[in-house]
Design a protein around this ligand. Structure first.
Ligand code: FAD
Length: 408
């Protein structure tokens, strides 16, 4: 296994469950890749590289968590709920899908977006039928549901602005969540850190199953001979492979194309900007809130800190951290109902410039299948052709696919 992000970990878990011997080489000193926590000395807090929201309909992720009984590491409300505030007029509402498959919640004013009618929600059904490369903007920008729900949902789930985002990738997300009813829409996020909830228990489980995990070991080359990978170039020299060894390349797209020249991979990635504030705040019933009309798009309340997310943040990511905070902090204050003059508490801005593959038609065509031309090499990663946007669910599913191919 090359890479111990979620794709590599999920592949390793699936293979060790089948009794296969697994060796993992990870370039970083820890596992987790783009989904990890670290201790920030200035803040005196463990923070995540970015807020990650999961839904109960992410079934591969739920399976992954079940392997180590890990759902308890995730905060979730008792009922599906998505609180929002419109910062332009301070209006607040909570979208509350009912738990069953029949979406009667759209008939309840108290559960749907204010100012919308049940008919507006038919736009979501229209998206499901799209088979072409039409963007979300071109497919459904007309209609009352677009500004308060469809546009923010697209940016959050696809990390791509609706003008570029493929409607069928949004449809793939909707099909597995909202269209399955509220039971598939329980929002979950790790309140004590991504690594504690999703990464460390997987590493412990793998170690317990006898897998060998090597951290700080970047693989710099693949030695190809006879249509297969015959060896790896490790930091301490060549690592030979046996005839029956298989390799899962679970690294980011740009690393995969360096290691395998000629491999077609996505080349455009969207940035996500997170700002963490050292602040104790009331989490409310959901633990997070969606924001319209500001710079911050989501505010998550965690232990000892509050974090904001702005996705598809091409403009913001270029700004100086002080300016970002000056723009985001008033949004947080309003969303959490803090005193209007409270200055920002200690903060940290985290810019992930290549957070996920851009969900455009051009990039979608560049996502390769797991199987490669080399007999013993398979690909894994959220950027492979999973049918989903670049997400935890896609990464974990790609790991399962890769494991299935290796196990034969
Ligand atoms: C800020 C942010 C917010 C996000 N929010 C969400 C969200 O709310 N919901 C959601 O579902 N998803 C979210 N995502 C996406 C999610 O984090 C990714 O889809 C997922 O973590 C990708 O996992 P991966 O294993 O495919 O790739 P990676 O996590 O990139 O793992 C690849 C691993 O390979 C290692 N590696 C690289 N080169 C080498 C080498 N040469 N040798 C050995 N190892 C190597 C890397 O160090 C890394 O550990 C977010 C991502 C970011 C960045």
């Amino acid at each position: 296994m090359i890479g111990a992000g979620l794709a590599g970990l999920s592949a390793a878990l699936a293979l060790t469950a089948r009794g296969r011997a697994v060796t993992v080489y990870e370039a970083a000193p820890v596992a987790g890749g783009r989904c990890r926590s670290y201790f920030d000395r200035d803040l005196g807090l463990t923070i995540d590289n970015g807020n990650h929201l999961l839904l109960s309909g992410n079934r591969a992720t739920m399976r992954y968590l079940e392997v180590f009984g890990g759902r308890s590491g995730l905060a979730r409300p008792d009922e599906p709920m998505f609180p929002f505030i419109d910062l332009t007029n301070q209006q607040r509402w909570t979208i509350r899908p009912n738990r069953g498959r029949i979406p009667w919640w759209v008939f309840s004013r108290a559960r749907r977006v204010p100012g919308t009618t049940p008919m507006d929600y038919l736009a979501l059904l229209r998206v499901l039928r799209l088979r072409t490369d039409v963007t979300v903007y071109d497919a459904i920008r007309k209609g009352t549901l677009y500004p308060p729900l469809i546009a923010p949902l697209t940016v959050a789930a696809l990390n791509t602005q609706p003008e570029q985002a493929l409607a069928r990738l949004l449809a793939a997300v909707l099909r597995e969540t909202l269209m399955k009813g509220g039971d598939a829409c329980l929002p979950m996020f790790p309140r004590n850190g991504l690594s504690a909830a999703l990464i460390d228990p997987a590493v412990a489980m793998l170690t317990g199953r006898g897998a060998a995990l090597h951290f700080g070991r970047r693989i710099a080359a693949l030695r190809i001979a006879g249509g297969r990978v015959a060896g790896l170039g490790g930091p301490d020299g060549p690592i030979p492979l046996d005839a029956e060894d298989a390799v899962v390349l679970a690294v980011p797209a740009w690393v995969a194309s360096d290691l395998l020249p000629g491999l077609m991979v996505p080349t455009v990635f969207g940035p996500i900007v997170n700002v963490h504030f050292r602040l104790d705040a009331d989490p409310g019933p959901a633990g997070f809130i969606g924001l319209l009309g500001g710079t911050a798009e989501w505010v998550f309340v965690k232990h000892g800190h509050v974090s904001t997310t702005t996705s598809a943040a091409s403009r913001l990511v270029e700004m100086d951290a002080n300016r970002i905070v000056a723009s985001v902090w008033p949004d947080v204050r309003t969303a959490l109902g803090l005193n209007g003059r409270t200055p920002p508490p200690p903060w940290r801005v985290v810019k992930e410039r290549r957070a996920t593959v851009t969900a455009s038609a051009t990039q979608e065509r560049r996502r390769p299948a797991a199987r490669t031309e080399l007999a013993n090499l398979v690909l894994a990663g959220d950027w492979t052709a999973t049918g989903l946007p670049g997400t935890i669910e896609g990464a974990i599913r790609s790991g399962e696919t890769a494991a299935g191919l290796c196990a034969g």
